[in-house]
Design a protein around this ligand. Structure first.
Ligand SMILES: NC(=O)c1ccc[n+]([C@@H]2O[C@H](COP(=O)([O-])OP(=O)(O)OC[C@H]3O[C@@H](n4cnc5c(N)ncnc54)[C@H](O)[C@@H]3O)[C@@H](O)[C@H]2O)c1
Ligand SMILES: [Zn+2]
Length: 398
């Protein structure tokens, strides 16, 4: 059959073959440091829920099960706080989410979350408040940013790690197929409210684990902060409120600054500038079946990459020695036997972490190493043999 092409359209502007689309998405959110967030006289959370709204706002509260269990009065306090404001409509009693990595590993929980959103008619003008550790923030954050293509979210982080690191950021995620944060979103919270009082019901193990992220930012960004951590190790280990509050504020500020001014808040490039020590950490968490906490894995990952930096001639021995001593003084265990697992070809499984780290972003492998205590450098190649030597060395330090 003979086909006849239609005539060309007239050369009118409406017939151009290209639409140059440019959207800028301004985002601003406050990170508060407060005490007793649900005290009736504390306006911070109430004001943030009602920000930019003259009308009534519906709110739903999701709480980490361990936070709820640690304080029998919390449920009532939350309910009283919301009912004291005529403008806030609390849609249900606080909803409990299993805490820890379990919530990021169980797809059924995500289903339950979406069902709750439907049942409670939570919409984009409603506000979800999530109270919990980094895992619960990641999980609820993921659910909130995908249901209805994004519901307002206020984070109330309750662990050291989530107050000084993850809660401040723009990432949410859950695990899939044994891969950390394989499913996830970038979305900015409406506000972050850090209340140091929550940290006093944490286990000593979780109090310590979160401090690894403070050490991490000091290593790559702030030599003075590393010195400060060395000088205040006793106060940090005994969890003195002034020292803990200072270190949380300081590292939250460095994290926030990196996101706002680092030029790549949604990680379009190949680098993850703040993820020093994390290629190994993420793999170790998975290899240990998540029995090693994120912060504990970061402590080991930082030392392995510091020794590698040292073997590469980038970091001097005295600095490596100071870092090893600091990690030990904080009480970190510097080895886990799952780092010795091999595959059927005799390859160390942990080494796969390098490829997985690269794949997560795509692009070129980019690993941060140390040139001194306080500054990092990005490299794009890792020598397997030297890395295995670094692992052996760290095992001997433990
Ligand atoms: N989104 C990000 O940018 C980002 C960054 C770093 C880490 N993370 C993620 O954060 C998670 C780790 O978070 P985490 O270190 O906060 O640990 P976590 O959330 O696993 O919490 C540790 C344990 O403490 C409990 N808990 C939380 N708050 C408590 C409190 N106040 N009192 C008593 N118990 C409490 C939890 O239920 C859990 O059992 C990992 O999944 C990690 O991947 C995310
Ligand atoms: Zn981390």
């Amino acid at each position: 059959m003979l086909t006849v092409k239609p005539p060309k359209p007239s050369q009118d502007a409406d017939f151009e073959d290209l639409i140059e689309q440019k959207i800028s998405i301004p985002a601003d959110y406050q990170v508060y440091f407060t005490r007793d967030v649900f005290d009736l006289g504390n306006p911070v959370l109430r004001q943030e829920i009602l920000r930019q709204s003259e009308l009534q706002v519906s709110a739903a509260v999701f709480v980490d099960a361990s936070v709820m269990a640690a304080d029998p009065a919390l449920e009532q306090k939350i309910t009283d706080y919301f009912t004291a404001s005529a403008q806030i409509n609390l849609l249900s009693a606080p909803i409990i989410v299993p805490g820890g990595e379990a919530c990021k590993n169980d797809p059924a929980l995500l289903n339950d979350f979406y069902q709750r959103v439907i049942e409670l008619a939570i919409d984009r003008h409603s506000c979800i408040v999530v109270i919990g550790g980094g895992a619960v923030l990641d999980f609820v954050g993921y659910g909130a940013s995908t249901a209805h293509r994004g519901i307002r979210l206020i984070r109330v982080p309750t662990t050291v790690l989530s107050q000084n690191d993850s809660g401040v950021g723009v990432k949410n995620g859950i695990n899939f197929a044994h891969r950390k944060n394989f499913l996830g979103t970038f979305s900015t919270p409406d506000a972050v409210i850090n209340d140091v009082d929550f940290l006093y019901t944490l286990s000593p193990r979780d109090q310590r684990a979160g401090m690894a992220e403070a050490i991490k930012v000091s290593l790559i960004r702030d030599a003075g902060f590393f010195d400060w951590l060395e000088r205040h190790v006793t106060q940090m280990v005994s969890f003195e409120v002034d020292a803990v509050s200072y270190s949380i504020r300081h590292s939250a500020r460095i994290h926030a600054r990196q996101i706002a001014s680092g030029g790549d808040p949604f990680e379009k490039g190949s680098a993850r500038p703040l993820d020093y020590g994390h290629w190994l950490a993420h793999k170790l968490e998975a290899l240990s079946d998540y029995s090693v906490r994120h912060g504990e894995a970061v402590a080991i990952g930082m030392l392995v990459d510091a020794r590698y930096s040292n073997l590469k001639g980038l970091l001097d021995c005295a600095s490596l020695e100071r870092l090893t001593r600091l990690l030990k003084n904080f009480g970190f265990t510097l080895w886990h036997d799952s780092l010795q697992q091999h595959d059927s070809q005799g390859q160390l499984l942990v080494m796969q972490g390098l490829a997985e780290f690269r794949e997560h972003l795509g692009g070129e492998l980019t690993i941060t190493l140390l040139t001194s205590l306080g500054s990092g450098v990005e490299v794009h190649e890792i020598d397997d043999e030297l890395m295995q030597q670094s692992l052996d060395w760290v095992r001997q330090q433990a």
